[in-house]
Design a protein around this ligand. Structure first.
Ligand code: PEP
Ligand code: MN
Length: 341
């Protein structure tokens, strides 16, 4: 529930409210509102509104939660959240390109990718150094050495660095290098990790789970928001379907629906959504056309030798084509891509 406080609430009245909530085993956090501060209860929500709460001095009104997620919803914030890191802002009229290899492999690969991403108007260099691979026999990532190579390449080209964090154990290490922390599909419901990310001062890119509903996706975001970190970008990366001819099914309608359901920015990852290089550009164009706030694509200087996800990696030469198409499509939906950021 949301407890709307009187503007004139005193310290004593606040303390009495806190004690009342504690007595009813309701976790709570206070949020500054435009006019009135509100207290949002954060656990044991199913218990309903305890009697007497609405009559406490200093309480203006009590609004029960009518949907399972609140902080992520448009009911809570009607304007769009802008996620900011350095000079990059996601969730504005500027369409954002995140690009880079699936996995960081070596310095030459990162140099080639960073140069190409920068030249194409990209602003975030992606790359995994802790990889969530389906098979334990597959390349697992370079670990800290990869983070170092990634940071150096990003810095050489004035790009931001985004890297996946797999586990709470690696969080401090990854956050020590990366500007944006990525939570992969397989970890969308790693609740202890999400809670820890709620305490981070860095933006999070949260990818939709392989077979998650939109409600589950928003509830996962809610875990991060509840910890106090409202810098969350949602990423549609395709969901499992019955048809194995594509790696996943890109849920483009979801981009539009999510933007109605939530104030958080939504980007599309056409690389993992299709798993197929020839489909990445068309789906990237489609993502821009339906109003995504950005896209994330994988690129590799030699996809046939990539240590992971080669079949879906764009060639370096594809990036200028992508940039040209995004520049043409973005203005049709009221956005800008390219030029000075
Ligand atoms: C990735 O982006 O590197 C990745 C592993 O994607 P996903 O979690 O969507 O499978
Ligand atoms: Mn990948």
């Amino acid at each position: 529930m949301v407890i709307v406080l009187e503007e004139s609430i005193t310290q004593d009245q606040s303390s009495a409210l806190e004690a009342f909530l504690a007595e009813h085993h309701l976790g709570a956090r206070r949020e500054r509102g435009e006019r009135y501060d509100v207290v949002v209860t954060t656990d044991n929500v199913e218990a309903g509104v305890p009697s007497g709460l609405a009559d406490l001095p200093g309480v203006r009104t009590v609004v029960p939660i009518t949907r399972s997620y609140l902080l992520a919803s448009r009911d809570f914030r009607s304007g769009d959240t802008v996620v900011e890191s350095g000079a990059v802002r996601v969730g504005t009229s500027r369409f954002v390109l995140f690009a880079g290899p699936c996995a960081v492999e070596d310095a030459d690969q990162m140099e080639a990718c960073a140069a190409a991403v920068k030249a194409a108007g990209g602003t975030v260099l992606r790359g995994g150094s802790f990889k969530p691979r389906t098979s334990p026999y597959s390349f697992q990532g370079l670990g800290e050495e990869g983070l170092r190579l990634h940071r150096e390449a990003a810095d050489r080209y004035g790009l931001l660095m985004m890297s996946e964090v797999l586990d709470r154990e690696d969080l401090d290490l990854v956050a020590g290098y990366a500007d944006i922390l990525q939570v992969g599909s397989r970890n969308m419901q790693n609740f202890p990790l999400l809670k820890a990310l709620g305490k981070q001062a860095k933006p999070i890119m949260l990818k939709r789970g392989l077979a998650s509903t939109r409600e589950e996706f928003l509830l996962a975001a809610e875990y991060i928001l509840m910890g106090g970190n409202d810098q969350v970008v949602l990423c549609e990366r395709g969901i499992r379907s019955f048809d194995p001819s594509l790696r996943n099914n890109l849920d483009l309608a979801s981009v539009c629906l999510l933007k109605e359901m939530t104030h958080l920015p939504v980007v599309v990852d056409p690389s993992h959504a299709t798993g197929t290089r020839s489909l990445v550009l068309p789906m990237a164009r489609a993502a821009a056309a339906v109003g995504a706030d950005g896209i994330m694509v994988e690129v590799h200087p030699a996809p046939e030798r990539a240590l992971s996800d080669g079949p879906q990696a764009l060639h370096i030469e594809d990036l200028p084509v992508l940039a040209r198409d995004l520049s043409a499509i973005a203005p049709l939906v009221g956005r800008i891509f390219g030029g000075d950021s």
